[in-house]
Design a protein around this ligand. Structure first.
Ligand code: RIB
Ligand code: CA
Length: 362
């Protein structure tokens, strides 16, 4: 083999070696970056803003673990129209006009809407008047936007409903094929330890029990962040003081919301305000904040005293009764298939610290 040919082969081998090394380095760099990319959870927030919804939204927008792909508005705390206006003003305040904000249902599936200005203030945002929005509403219908985004990113989207489940139910009814394509549903709603609107029912479920039953029975991975943990996670004057020491548009807005909620809770004898919706976002950020055993949950839609109750089977079976003469006897224990992870305990202080630091921009 001539010298020049041998020299060329050597150079070729050298080039190939560098390419392999270069490729290896690129792969290594990508592998190092992957955990950070992989940990970013894409979410769609379905909300009835709402003062605690406002805290949930701002937590989501200020948490690097989450990528808020869209906001869909559902009637609940306020009317659909007021909720849409509130959502648009909040994304504008946060300079996030890039996030689609879409209107959804205008009323629950079958019952009249029950709004909660009593708890959330006349405008639903603790009577805080935000500047008019710079952002424009997305023309898509909320349930359709959910369907479209789930198909566009199969197995990647987490739905985070923090209001009545009307939009989520409408999306499932319109296109059941989204159920196996949704990564997870992490919802604020329900309770296995009594209600907040009455003895049995939690507000989001109570405002559309039929929608809730559709969502709980759909068959997707579902985490229920209910009153059981929200009532253990109270924001108080301690966190208010911390938020008062820092400043910025979002910080100052949430300070006023928290001030309103803490004063309202004190008026009704509590030391703090439950972080219902923000905690659902917290679970999307870090599921280790809660303890959530699997249970089968049904939603009562007919009970005189219990319509809207989330009825959870803690033991995992149902006694099978068979008729013997003039009575029934228990023949067997029939297992029930869990359909939800039900949050029963929470690291409240750790979540509150997370919330405050994120709103402070730390
Ligand atoms: O019961 C609490 C829930 O009802 C929260 O989502 C709150 O915003 C209201 O919608
Ligand atoms: Ca809400």
């Amino acid at each position: 083999m001539s010298l020049s040919l041998r020299h060329s082969c050597h150079r070729l081998r050298t080039v190939r070696c560098w390419c392999r090394l270069g490729g290896l380095l690129i792969c290594l760099a990508a592998a190092l970056a992957l955990p950070a990319l992989a940990s970013t959870r894409k979410i769609i927030l379905d909300t009835d803003p709402g003062s605690d919804d406002a805290m949930a939204l701002m937590l989501a927008l200020n948490s690097p673990e989450l990528d808020v792909r869209a906001i869909t508005v559902v009637p609940g705390n306020v009317t659909a129209q007021q909720g849409l206006e509130n959502a648009l003003r909040m994304v504008s305040l946060a300079n996030r006009c890039d996030i689609p904000v879409a209107a959804g249902a205008q009323h629950p599936l079958f019952q009249k809407l029950i709004t909660a200005e009593f708890w959330h203030g006349k405008n639903g945002l603790a009577n805080v008047e935000l500047p008019p929005s710079k952002c424009k509403v997305d023309s898509r219908y909320g349930p359709d936007l959910i369907i479209q985004m789930v198909h566009a990113a199969p197995h990647e989207i987490t739905l985070v409903p923090v209001g009545p489940l009307t939009n989520i139910a409408l999306a499932v009814l319109k296109d059941p094929s989204i159920v196996p394509l949704v990564k997870e549903v992490i919802l604020m709603g329900g309770s296995i330890s009594g209600g907040n609107v009455n003895a049995a029912a939690e507000a989001n479920i109570y405002n559309d029990p039929e929608a809730a039953q559709i969502v709980f029975q759909a068959g997707w991975p579902l985490t229920m962040v209910g009153l059981d943990v929200g009532d253990k996670t109270l924001i108080s004057r301690k966190q208010l003081a911390e938020l008062g020491r820092t400043h910025g548009p979002v910080n100052d807005f949430i300070y006023l919301v928290v001030k309103y909620l803490v004063e309202l809770s004190e008026k009704y004898g509590s030391s703090g305000s439950p972080m219902y919706d923000p905690l659902a976002v917290g679970v999307a950020i870090d599921a280790t904040l809660v303890t959530a055993p699997a249970m089968h949950v049904d939603v009562e839609t007919r009970g005189e005293f219990t319509r809207g109750e989330t009825v959870a089977n803690r033991h995992g079976f149902v006694e099978r009764n068979v008729l013997q003469g003039d009575r029934y006897v228990i023949e067997e224990l029939d297992p029930v298939v869990p359909n939800a992870k039900v949050c029963v305990d929470v690291q409240a202080d750790r979540f509150l610290q997370l919330f405050v630091s994120r709103i402070q921009g730390k």
